[in-house]
Unconditional design. Sequence first.
Length: 94
Amino acid sequence: MPVTVNLTERVRGDLPLYDLATVHAFGVDAVLTGRRGGVSAAPYATLNLGDHVGDDATSVDENRRRVAAAMNVESAQLVTASQVHGAVVTRSEE
């Protein structure tokens, strides 16, 4: 069953994040990130959060720290997913 998700850009700290307000009713603060506001060099510029694509690990750590700070949590509290193009849903039990 298709679900409509409305994304609203909100700047948190110095980062533009796209709030997934539809999940707030479940006690979850979820956002999508764009590419702006990070420190990664091209071709990952700039807010790359993937530690598996060849980007500098120090840059990825700093980018994750920035997202965590914008969400007012510790970096260790972030739950991230690997982006794939498909129709499979992954359930997080954290």
